[in-house]
Ligand binder design. Structure first.
Ligand code: GLU
Length: 303
């Protein structure tokens, strides 16, 4: 009898780095880029680069080019073409059409003021469903997704078992904004599925978005990727590094030192005296151990 190889041998790994072009690469985003790259490379997977440029008001001119140049200088090379969410509206629209046809979204005219007043009265910030049965014309109103009741669970590779009752805690959430921009939740779920992403490695600040993304994946019949959320690099005040908290752009001339700093932050064993970036990265692929990543304090992520 001919025995077939076990299916697991054929399992593929497709990871991604998905920066929003709101500023240049800083130490925090390098940690995410390095961890997702090395995790993919160690598993002989692909690593895709996706620029999440669907929020023009928050974007900074030139940031995309700066991010690409910095990744290149740090030896973090991606597979295939770079994808740009700004060019993928047709995909997001067809998913919205599908949800609309199944009555799974509705237009909402609630003002922030109204929602704040309801939350103050009820002590619950979840969307109260005010517009869910009004059948409002969409015009220029935001669209909300009808979230089914019940708990969403997933296993994060760092934090372990996570659970959230999205309908009780968040309620029907916005998937297309008033200004017709697609919400992050919609674009990320559609792209992760269409790009067949199997592993999502990203900062813990996005942990509390995962249950909403899983709810949407289930509604669309998409598989759920494996999640690994990383501890966040903070400044001396304890704020997450970002453009808003004044994070410095990385100096590409210090690429090797930057990578070593990111590596230490990830709790990994030191690479002995690499003389150049490529030497460091080759050793890193062998040495990488997920188990060494410092644990994240899940209590902080309001899940
Ligand atoms: N674009 C998001 C950011 O830069 C990351 C999205 C994701 O990894 O899911 O924060």
């Amino acid at each position: 009898m001919i025995t077939r190889p076990a299916l697991s041998i054929l399992t593929t790994y497709i990871g991604r780095f998905a920066p929003s072009p709101t500023g240049p690469l800083h130490m925090g985003s390098l940690v995410t880029a390095l961890a997702s790259w090395v995790d993919a490379r160690q598993r002989r997977g692909q690593w895709l680069l996706r620029i999440e440029d669907i929020d023009p008001p928050r974007e900074v001119a030139g940031a995309t080019e700066q991010i690409i140049t910095a990744l290149d200088a740090h030896g973090l090379h991606w597979d295939g073409e770079i994808s740009y969410q700004s060019a993928r509206s047709a995909h997001y629209d067809s998913v919205l059409d599908h949800l609309r046809a199944r009555n799974e979204l509705y237009a909402c005219q609630c003002t922030r003021k109204h929602l704040r007043a309801v939350a103050a009265e009820t002590g619950n910030t979840a969307y109260p469903g005010t517009c869910s049965n009004l059948g409002l014309a969409e015009r220029n109103l935001p669209l909300r997704l009808r979230v089914a009741r019940g708990e969403t669970t997933f296993t994060d590779a760092n934090a372990g078992e996570m659970r959230e009752n999205v309908s009780a805690k968040i309620g029907d959430f916005i998937i297309r904004r008033r200004d017709f921009f697609y919400a992050y939740q919609l674009a990320v779920v559609v792209d992760d599925a269409l790009q067949r992403i199997t592993h999502v490695v990203r900062g813990a600040d996005l942990m509390d978005n995962s249950p909403r993304q899983i709810v949407l994946q289930h509604m669309l019949g998409y598989p759920t990727p494996e999640y690994l959320h990383l501890p966040l690099v903070t400044n001396t005040h304890g704020d997450k590094l970002s453009k808003q908290t004044g994070a410095n752009a990385l100096d590409n001339d210090d690429a090797l030192a930057n990578l070593q700093k990111a590596w230490r932050f990830l709790g990994q064993s030191a690479v002995s005296t690499p003389s150049k970036v490529s030497e460091f990265l080759t050793a890193a692929v062998t040495l990488w151990q997920r188990e060494k990543i410092p644990e994240i304090d899940t209590a902080m992520y309001h899940i």
